[in-house]
Design a protein around this ligand. Structure first.
Ligand SMILES: [Zn+2]
Ligand SMILES: [Zn+2]
Length: 99
């Protein structure tokens, strides 16, 4: 596997996460609020209340309906802005964002 240069710090990484080294990926997650306790609690409660994805598979991800919304955004912890998704459907949405 070739080494990939991290988009943020330029470090060469053998196994990057979305184009970034693991340190930078973690920092971005922390900055976005996805590692916060508030989000963890919110997502867990949401998935308990909404256990299934639209496709009928068990939901695994509390997904923000609006592109670019994060736990730190205004309304980012509001259930009205969340959708319960399985990994397959969530990956499909994430792909469409990148197009
Ligand atoms: Zn980096
Ligand atoms: Zn699904």
């Amino acid at each position: 596997m070739p080494l990939i240069q991290c988009l943020d710090c330029g470090k060469l990484e053998r196994n990057p996460v979305r184009g970034r080294c693991h340190d930078c990926h973690r920092k971005r997650r922390v900055a976005s609020g996805y590692d916060s306790q508030e989000w963890g609690r919110c997502a867990k409660a949401f998935l308990t209340a909404h256990p299934f994805c639209d496709c009928g598979a068990p939901a695994k991800v509390a997904h923000h309906k609006f592109q670019g919304m994060r736990p730190t955004s205004r309304g980012g912890l509001d259930w009205r802005n969340l959708e319960a998704k399985c990994h397959t459907c969530h990956n499909r949405i994430a792909q469409s964002y990148r197009l």
